[in-house]
Design a protein around this ligand. Structure first.
Ligand SMILES: [Fe+2]
Ligand SMILES: [Fe+2]
Length: 193
């Protein structure tokens, strides 16, 4: 059986996803691809598979709530209460469904795309690479991103713990809802980092 990354060259996939992404988001996606390749190479993953997941991770991000819910219905995704209220979170799960249906992504790649917004306990190496690449890619510029990049050079788990702690702190400060998977991911990493 052909594996996912053999069906598409990275360049063909870049061209294929481009119409689904706005100008900034396409630049961000290329940044995530680059960071994901580097992290995968550094931590013993497969850079081509990481690139494939990275290029698809935000392909539904620009959709409206109605469009997200339509895709949930179409692909049997059942949003939880938090996802119904913070519906933008759904873009990971809907992107994963489209990655499988239209780009031939396999289960491991879909899982990494699906959990890139919330994280989850028991994240695989590919899940971690995509989550962290999304956070530290070169176009990102926010308080703490340099620290996350430094940690990423030393330890994947410690970098991720830093990212989760920072996002949780930020969500608390802004009185935002927190997805249970994010808390679970952070607690799981705390035991490992
Ligand atoms: Fe995203
Ligand atoms: Fe992203």
């Amino acid at each position: 059986m052909m594996t996912t990354e053999k069906i598409w060259t990275a360049e063909a996939l870049r061209q294929a996803v481009r119409p689904r992404l706005s100008g900034y988001r396409y630049t961000h996606t290329l940044g995530v691809e680059k960071a994901a390749r580097q992290l995968a190479a550094q931590y013993g993953g497969d850079p081509e598979r990481a690139a494939f997941a990275a290029l698809l991770h935000d392909i539904t991000k620009r959709l409206s709530k109605e469009e997200q819910l339509y895709l949930c219905e179409k692909y049997d995704i059942i949003p939880c209460d938090i996802e119904m209220q913070e519906w933008k979170m759904l873009h990971g799960r809907t992107a994963a469904a489209i990655a499988a249906a239209e780009y031939g992504a396999d289960a491991e790649i879909c899982e990494a795309i699906a959990c890139h917004t919330t994280g989850r306990a028991g994240m695989t190496l590919l899940d971690k690479v995509i989550y962290l690449a999304d956070y530290i890619e070169e176009n990102r510029d926010f308080d703490g991103v340099e620290r996350a990049r430094e940690l990423a050079r030393e330890s994947l788990d410690r970098a991720l713990l830093y990212c989760f702690n920072s996002s949780l702190t930020d969500l608390l400060a802004r009185d935002k809802l927190i997805h249970a998977d994010t808390v679970a991911a952070r607690n799981w990493l705390l035991e490992r980092a």
